[in-house]
Design a protein around this ligand. Structure first.
Ligand SMILES: C[S@@+](CC[C@H](N)C(=O)[O-])C[C@H]1O[C@@H](n2cnc3c(N)ncnc32)[C@H](O)[C@@H]1O
Length: 241
């Protein structure tokens, strides 16, 4: 397990910049580990994320997507195994779905075989879509974006959104925080274990509705977030005029 080291000695300024460098390095390492984790988890993802009754999860997903009405061209970030992609495809003209884990994309491709849906293996932080979208959607992804990349991530979304476009997202409510084991001394890094016993570090920032609305407003987004179920929150954001 890699920990952020703190250098001793030197001026306060040097100590501060060394510590910032350490934080950036650790965050980059955890982001890479997070992709590895999902690559290895892909085969067990549906059941471990949504429970044994995947049909019930699909019904819930269909209901939530119907409430959002994601029309036009839709970008789905971090599509995972495609459970949300198939529901989005029922509303959208086209869906472009990306995920950094090839194993996830393979399962999603197999699940959603429609001419209107295209998949790509891509890291969202280094991807360039070369076009804009009417809707950008992500489920269970925003909580995996580290605080240090939050502003940059929303800048990317602003660049990729068509005029008057909407960002729609689903994520886990802060009440769910107790189920995670946070790494010692870290407030956004959790330790996850797979079925084979291997452990990984993952970023996890649960959704505090009021705090998130405020943060997004400061970044120039109008945003409304509401509780979608005991576990999930649903957010809708537009660039402020
Ligand atoms: C919690 S899963 C969510 C999957 C799906 N959206 C869902 O709700 O079932 C997070 C997903 O983020 C993907 N991911 C992790 N890092 C990524 C990155 N840098 N760029 C794109 N996708 C990434 C993982 O491979 C994984 O499929």
């Amino acid at each position: 397990m890699v920990r952020a080291g703190r250098r001793r000695g030197g001026s306060g300024r040097r100590r501060l910049s060394a510590s910032l460098c350490d934080d950036v390095r650790v965050t980059d390492e955890v982001l890479a580990e997070q992709v590895d984790y999902y690559r290895r988890r892909a085969g067990e993802y549906d059941v471990t994320a949504y429970g044994d009754d995947v049909a019930a999860a699909r019904a819930l997903i269909a209901r939530l997507v119907a409430e959002m009405q994601p029309a036009g061209s839709v970008l789905e970030i971090a599509c995972g195994t495609g459970l949300w992609t198939e529901a989005l495809a029922g509303w959208a003209d086209t869906v472009t779905a990306i995920d950094a884990a090839p194993e996830m994309v393979a399962i999603a491709r197999d699940r959603v075989r429609l001419a209107s849906v295209s998949f790509e293996v891509a890291d969202v932080f280094s991807w360039d879509p070369g076009t804009r979208f009417d809707v950008i959607f992500f489920s269970a992804w925003l909580s995996h974006v580290p605080a240090s990349r939050f502003g940059h991530f929303w800048q990317l979304l602003g660049r990729w959104l068509a005029g008057n476009g909407r960002v729609l997202f689903i994520d886990e409510h802060i009440d769910e925080r107790g189920k995670e084991t946070y790494a010692a001394g870290q407030d956004e890094v959790v330790e996850r274990r797979l079925g084979d016993g291997s452990t990984f570090r993952v970023i996890k920032n649960f959704m505090d509705r009021r705090e998130l609305e405020l943060r997004l407003r400061r970044l120039g987004w109008d945003c409304a977030i509401r509780r979608a179920s005991s576990r999930w929150v649903y957010g809708e954001a537009r660039l402020a005029k």
